[in-house]
Design a protein around this ligand. Structure first.
Ligand SMILES: NC(=O)c1ccc[n+]([C@@H]2O[C@H](COP(=O)([O-])OP(=O)(O)OC[C@H]3O[C@@H](n4cnc5c(N)ncnc54)[C@H](O)[C@@H]3O)[C@@H](O)[C@H]2O)c1
Length: 434
């Protein structure tokens, strides 16, 4: 069974099933198709399947041309899970959010697996890519697969291989980002490594699925904690009249032992604000409190309030209040040069300012209309930035520093510009750092 699958991977006759065609699944699909594999994509969202089938993309940095090209190479998308036996691999790239109690919500992973279980067949390789706590693959997926009578490692295979996508970063592609992979058994590991090595330059094997799950969490917790630290440093520096960005730039010239992290208005995206709490939750089972994670979470989630307090005091020195002021928020995606709004601190800023009575508008070249979001509602479209429009606001708040903004134009015409990203190093009368 193992040899058969290895052979199919080697001669590219393996059909690659990818389940969940979002920010992670779609680029992976493109890479397998590029190398010459037939890819069968599964998603529960009919509109995504329709878009892909019509050769359209729904992610800004993935071109429609690349979808069309993949389709020409045999890529198909479907909502029909009964087609799972056509695929040799089932790579799961579905969301792993937190519930309202900030605990892991594994429902997407478990629902996906439950929909696939009736269609599992001998020789299937299941790979979970969604970020999750150590033990998920062993404790949740393994028993579901074996409930059908398969023996993992013998006639079905299971690995965990975390995704390391960095949307919008032009320096890395799916191929060039090394990929960690841990299998339930040695045979699982061997197949997992062979599969990913076919499309990725460097595959990093680890001894277990738990080690692979923990690796991804360490990477993201490392970021969350360091961003928390630098956000705290920013508040101290501000009180002392020091520009934290000048300090970070200077410290970053140290050629060893220092990694620069940059403060901002808070954490955003589907990973860094969420993933650390997967470990916090699981650690409780072992009687461990993850204090660094909790502390970083507290500092980071207070940042929008701190930025709003800077807006309030900046308006105050101009004899204005937030209440009744026209405030333009620049950049509502969670990070620069992308259109992804998930967990964006800009949205929290807009809500807080609106709650305090501001007339809020936004400008974002990547988000022309404020999208429908589950918990946030704004009936707004992006404001075009001209000298007149910029000057018409009491305050312009730089929340996400997209490269497409004309920073000179903004500084020249804003009555008041509150900069939460350290774009303006040189002091100006109308620029306040936050
Ligand atoms: N976006 C990133 O940059 C990134 C980076 C590294 C890791 N991750 C992790 O990868 C995972 C996926 O994230 P994403 O950003 O691709 O999410 P996403 O929301 O962009 O995509 C998930 C897709 O899964 C589909 N889906 C949901 N339930 C399904 C089901 N039961 N069956 C089939 N499809 C289903 C959704 O319709 C959606 O198309 C998460 O665990 C995330 O933490 C994301």
């Amino acid at each position: 069974m193992k040899q058969q699958l290895l052979q199919k991977v080697a001669d590219k006759s393996a059909v690659i099933g990818i389940v969940g065609l979002g920010y992670v699944g779609l680029p992976l699909m493109l890479r397998f198709a590029e190398v010459g594999y037939k890819v069968l994509g599964f998603d529960i969202d009919q509109s995504k399947v329709d878009a892909l089938s019509a050769g359209r993309s729904y992610i800004e940095h993935i071109s429609a041309d690349s979808i069309v090209e993949a389709r020409e190479r045999g890529f198909e998308a479907t909502t029909d899970f009964s087609r799972a036996p056509e695929a040799d691999t089932l790579i799961l790239c579905v969301p792993t959010p937190l519930n309202k109690y900030r605990e892991p919500d594994l429902s997407f992973v478990l629902d996906t697996m439950d929909s696939l279980v009736p269609y599992l067949r001998e020789g299937h390789l299941v790979s979970l890519e969604s970020t999750t706590y150590p033990g998920t693959t062993d404790e949740e997926l393994l028993p579901r697969i074996e409930s059908r009578g398969f023996k993992v490692g013998e006639n079905a295979f299971l690995v965990f291989s975390p995704e390391r996508e960095d949307p919008g970063n032009p320096n890395f592609t799916t191929r060039t980002i090394p990929k960690v992979c841990g299998g339930v058994t040695e045979a699982c590991q061997e197949i997992g490594v062979a599969l990913y090595s076919a499309v990725i330059d460097q595959v990093v094997p680890v001894s277990s699925t738990r080690a692979a799950e923990m690796t991804k969490l360490l990477e993201n917790i490392h970021r969350a904690v360091n961003i928390g630290l630098v956000n705290e440093m920013k508040i101290v520096a501000d009180k002392m009249g020091i520009d934290i960005h000048e300090v970070i730039r200077a410290a970053a010239t140290k050629p060893f032992g220092f990694v620069p992290y940059y403060p901002g208005p808070g954490l955003g995206g589907h990973c860094i604000p969420i993933d650390p709490f997967y470990l916090t939750w699981k650690a409780r089972e072992y009687g461990v409190n993850t204090r660094f994670i909790e502390l970083a979470g507290e500092v980071n989630s207070n940042m929008p309030d701190w930025v709003v307090s800077k807006v309030a005091s900046a308006l105050n020195t101009r004899k204005k209040a937030i209440n009744g002021s026209r405030v333009l928020v620049l950049g509502i995606a969670y990070k620069k040069n992308v259109d992804d709004m998930r967990e964006s601190p800009s949205v929290f800023l807009m809500e807080k300012l609106r709650d305090l009575g501001a007339e809020v508008a936004y400008s974002d070249p990547h988000v022309p209309v404020f999208p429908k979001m589950r918990e946030h509602h704004f009936d707004l479209a992006s404001v075009a930035l001209t000298a007149e429009s910029i000057a018409s606001y009491d305050c312009v708040l730089l929340a996400t520093d997209h490269d497409k903004f004309d920073y000179a134009l903004l500084a020249e015409h804003a009555q008041l510009l509150v900069d939460s990203r350290g774009k303006y190093l040189t002091p100006r009368a109308n620029v306040v750092k936050a």
